[in-house]
Ligand binder design. Sequence first.
Ligand code: PMP
Ligand code: GLU
Length: 388
Amino acid sequence: MLTKRVNILSESITIAITTLAQELKAEGKDILSFSAGEPDFGTPQVIKDAAITAINEDFTKYTAVDGVIALREAIANKLKRDNGLIYAPNQIMVNNGAKHSLFNLFSALIEDGAEVIIPAPYWVTYPELVNYCGGKVVEIQTDDTSNFKITPKQLKNAITDKTRMLVLTTPSNPTGSIYTREELKALGKVLEGTDIVVASDEMYEKLTYEGTFTSCAAVSDDMFQRTVTINGLSKSVAMTGWRFGYMAAANTELIKATKKLQSQSTSNINSITQLAAIAGLNGSADADIAMMKKAFISRRDEAVKLMNEIEGLSVQTPDGAFYLFVNIKKISSDSLTFAKELLDKKLVAVVPGVAFGSEGYFRLSFATDIDTIREGIKRIAEFVESLK
Ligand code: PMP
Ligand code: GLU
């Protein structure tokens, strides 16, 4: 009865594990959850105030499908100020979260065996969307010996005449690795002369702890023309539940196509969120962003230190985002069983590496308070000891 394209989809495993952990907690179990990719901080007051004003002023009607002009201008200003990218408002489309931006983008570009190159480990949603759209996933495997980054040579070898898109995530979920300007330039060179679109997922931009962040589209004019820049506010200003994301592209035809799709599906995003998002983009929340970033850095440093004290496990210090991608290859070659037993026996929820296309790892989110992190890693140490 159900369509092939829906049957092919799996539920988001990151959300599924987080929901299971919440249910077990509600049953009274002493669960420590490190599965959610979601800041534990509240949304900054200045953003909440903008939303309250929007409600009180009855800004509660339908808006333009692609977002009100003031919001698209705020996005254009942000992209210019932070990323050196010049986009006009008609090159920007506002969506219900960056996940929705990706859904619209893949729907507009991928069909019938079109190949999408996805470096692994990858965020869980990309291959699912490719499959849903009838495309074919082409993985490029990376590991901790190359800091989980693909090389120009790997990219070149993965390209065929069916390649339609390359997905790049910087900083990466789940590894936190960040491509330098030079690395992006070198990848861009490989793409010259092709019509491959780069989907550049920059959700964790504001959570760059080491080095400097560079947008893919900023490395050359050729990359600007072929890149779709995807970003949002879920991670940078703790707005996961508000549902706001956007895409920006030089190609106005592509933006128009996604607008058409959105006009027949969700219409505009929540009008109140739109005005709140302006406050998240225009610099008003910068002090809050700096505070959260500082907290993430100190949690990261302590979590990495404690994790590396566990014999048999190893983890590199992530340059960005809020995840540790922990190598368990000396202990287990089955990350799903590892994660299931860890939850069963020690009530600790993590996401198995296999969900991200990389066996032999698990992902731990450190977007939670330091005491929980300490207790969780202590339990992980006891669990690893029990396996020996
Ligand atoms: N991209 C990446 C890399 C993510 O980790 C997430 C997770 N939330 C998203 C996109 C989507 O975020 P949202 O839909 O909340 O904007
Ligand atoms: N992106 C987050 C994560 O990786 C949230 C879950 C999701 O959207 O799938 O955990």
